[in-house]
Ligand binder design. Structure first.
Ligand code: F7E
Length: 337
């Protein structure tokens, strides 16, 4: 039985990846940071399998990673741990950089010191492209990050590639575009919107307060994307791959889809911070802009070209954007009713 180490295991991707690896017959070691508030037992029960073990560790503490690599016979190391919120990286730039950049050198060093044969997956991000000038972004597109998060991920992308070239290690980057699910935290825009409309529908909230309505993203389903992490590490050579849907939608369009699920027809009025969304059937104001959610520098547009992953790893996304929003609304309707 192969053993995989998954950092960031309590996050959205950590959960789906752990499930997938267990289904594929792996033993999974999930790394989490000690947290007095976190209910580990509940999380372990959620995964619900004997082949899942939690270890306490911290990417900013090299010795904690070395200890785990010495304790288990790890063959695949998936680094999903990060301060993953772009907005928060502007208010917490130093701790975000510590975990997102230095944390990755620690992982790579730990592998180099303990066992260079461990395969390493780095969760890279479309935020690398930032202020892009290309209609589609692929593995050749220049990186122009626009946030401390993007800058820290640029370093982690580069150092992963560097260890591959310098030490001949199996170290690969998955450049994943936005990917969502019912497990997404509610401070990311899709889940914020689906959970807020579920609460409006249940009568416990009046309206959605939102930031940049015009941002465009390529949103996929997290459950589809974790399969790619596994394929990237099980390909015969280490490499970097864009994982995306190739489709792009505005935040506004996403709001309209979620609202429709709950039987609201959103129409828009006004401009900029004064723009509002109201239900055309009742005239009720359901969406207002709150500039607190604007970012000091914004990424306006991202759209991935995943043709390399399609050709080499034989992959295509299977869940449409509309289906994804419906899956999330279904979940939130039950949760908040
Ligand atoms: O924002 C805009 C916001 O926070 C998407 C992370 O997984 O994907 C994610 O980063 C867009 C941005 O995701 C609100 O300004 C408007 O333009 O859902 P998000 P993100 O920043 O794209 C990448 C690939 C990662 O790697 C990251 O780790 O939506 N937006 N109004 C808002 N965003 C939030 N969060 N909240 C709002 O109220």
């Amino acid at each position: 039985m192969k053993t995989a180490l998954v950092t960031g295991v309590t996050g959205q991707d950590g959960y789906y990846l752990s499930q997938l690896l267990i289904e594929k017959g792996y033993r999974v070691i999930g790394l989490i940071r000690r947290n007095s508030r976190y209910d580990i037992q509940n999380f372990v029960a959620d995964i619900g399998n004997n082949n899942f073990t939690i270890e306490i560790g911290d990417l900013t503490d090299l010795s904690s990673i070395i200890n785990i690599l010495k304790k288990y016979d790890i063959s695949e190391f998936y680094n999903l741990a990060a301060q993953s919120h772009v907005g928060i990286s502007f208010t917490n730039p130093i701790s975000s950089t510590d975990i997102n950049a230095m944390g990755v050198v620690n992982c790579l060093e730990a592998i180099r010191i303990v066992n260079e044969d461990i395969k390493f997956y780095q969760a890279s991000s479309s935020e690398l492209y930032g202020d892009t000038e290309e209609e589609f972004q692929n593995e050749q597109t220049p990186f122009r990050p626009r946030s401390p998060y993007g800058c820290s991920k640029l370093f982690s992308f580069a150092i992963t590639k560097n260890y591959r070239e310098a030490y001949d290690m199996f170290a690969s980057n998955g450049i994943l575009f936005n990917h969502e699910s019912p497990r997404r935290s509610i401070n990311f825009v899709t889940r914020k919107v689906t959970s807020t409309f579920a609460k409006i529908n249940a009568g416990t909230l009046d309206r959605l307060e939102i930031g940049n309505l015009n941002a465009k993203r390529d949103w996929g389903y997290a459950k589809d994307y974790v399969e790619m992490m596994w394929r990237i590490l099980n390909h015969n050579t280490p490499d970097d791959f864009v994982i995306a849907t190739g489709e792009v939608y505005t935040v506004k369009h996403m709001i309209e889809l979620a609202a429709k699920y709950f039987d609201y027809e959103i129409e828009w009025d006004g401009e900029g911070v004064d723009e509002i969304g109201f239900d055309s059937k009742t005239n009720k104001k359901l969406v207002v802009v709150n500039p607190d959610y604007f970012r000091p520098a914004e990424v306006e547009y991202l759209r991935g070209d995943f043709s390399k992953a399609k050709k080499i790893l034989n992959w295509e996304p299977t869940t449409s954007f509309k289906q994804l929003i419906e899956i999330m609304c279904d979940h939130d309707k039950k949760l908040f009713s």
